[in-house]
Design a protein around this ligand. Structure first.
Ligand code: UDP
Ligand code: MG
Length: 329
């Protein structure tokens, strides 16, 4: 039987909100009248999320699959593991905290059916803290300038991808990546729609300021060399400037004798430039570190078990639930 729609949801310590998610997600998908599957990925939750997911699998084994990681590998790795398991013509990603209303999935699918292979989304009224909304807008603009990726609202995960895009992503082996941007680079006909956004239903955001900064570095370094090129251009410009200054001071030295005035101005300039240099070295480090992780070639994540219905079982009399297919990637 062909699967029309796969829904991929990463889960990390979401025990408080999962019941509410199931309550809205399954009816919303049933209402679409499609053959669908939901792939949950438990990203090493330390709470009861895995047990709750296993229970939900027992309730709806026909449309539910659960990938269990053996540790926490991050939201984007979880989504990639989910992609590897999907069978649908269309794949939709969603956050587990109900910030992305499941009722909007229908709108994404409808848009895909118009012939697009990537449908991004823009949050109508973003329900996040003011500083976060503002910072993310600024980062969004910067990213748009230095990568060729056009996403009005990069932080939103409620998106739909065509089979062609998912197949290409499954061929990639990126260690640090940002799924919506990676998908965009493969899309032939991308578009965006406006969707609703709600407050987190329960639990708290898994992203600290630190991990948000890391994520934005992934987004920039994974898709652009412009920051490095900017530093080499800056280096060239500064070399010319300092050469000019050197000649100026040399001439001045012979005309008016030695000078000490303006020493502190010189210090200020020096310290500023030292800051710039340190940032530049750090930036090179961000790229080098990612290259290091990539060439090390360790498994990007380890799947402990996949809960899914045994599709190979031919005889209907056999037990329908063949749990725990163990595999490692
Ligand atoms: N998530 C995950 N692994 C992580 C962090 C987050 O799978 O290491 C999941 C989380 O359970 C949620 C989604 O990614 O479904 C988005 O996380 P969150 O809502 O905390 O992020 P925010 O909405 O604050 O950006
Ligand atoms: Mg959230």
């Amino acid at each position: 039987m062909k699967t029309d729609l796969s829904v991929v949801i990463p889960i990390y310590n979401e025990e408080a909100g999962l019941a509410k998610l199931f309550e809205r997600l399954y009816p919303a998908l049933d209402a679409l009248g499609l053959n669908y599957e939901i792939v949950f990925i438990n990203d090493g939750s330390r709470d009861r999320s895995a047990a709750i997911l296993a229970e939900q699998f027992r309730l709806r084994p026909d449309v539910t699959r659960v990938v269990l990681f053996n540790g926490n590998y991050g939201q984007h790795m979880a989504i990639l593991a989910g992609f590897a398991e999907t069978r649908g013509e269309i794949t939709v990603t969603l956050d587990a905290d109900l910030q992305n209303p499941p009722e909007e999935i229908g709108a994404l699918v409808a848009k895909m059916r118009e012939g697009y292979d990537y449908v991004g989304s823009i949050r109508r009224n973003r329900q996040d803290s003011a500083w976060r909304t503002y910072a993310s807008r600024a980062m969004n603009r910067l990213r748009e300038k230095i990568t060729r990726i056009q996403m009005t609202d990069q932080g939103n995960m409620l998106r739909a991808y065509g089979r062609n895009v998912i197949d290409l992503i499954n061929q990639c082996n990126e260690v640090n990546t940002f799924v919506p941007a990676l998908a965009y680079t493969f899309a032939r006909r991308p578009t965006e729609i406006v969707v609703a956004h709600e407050e987190r239903s329960a639990g708290e955001s898994k992203y600290s300021l630190y991990s948000l900064i890391r994520l934005n570095f992934d987004l920039v370094t994974g898709f652009s060399l412009v920051p490095l090129q900017f530093f080499s251009l800056l280096g060239i410009a500064l070399s010319f400037l300092s050469a000019a200054l050197f000649f100026l001071l040399l001439v001045r030295r012979f005309l008016f004798g030695s000078e000490v005035e303006g020493v502190f101005t010189l210090f200020a300039i020096t310290f500023f430039l030292m800051g710039v240099i340190l940032f530049g070295i750090g930036l090179v480090g961000e790229y080098v570190g990612r290259i290091y992780e990539q060439v090390r070639g360790r498994p990007r994540y380890v799947v402990q078990a996949v809960l899914q219905e045994d599709r190979t079982a031919a005889a209907p009399a056999s037990h329908p639930l063949q749990a725990a297919r163990s595999l490692e990637r």
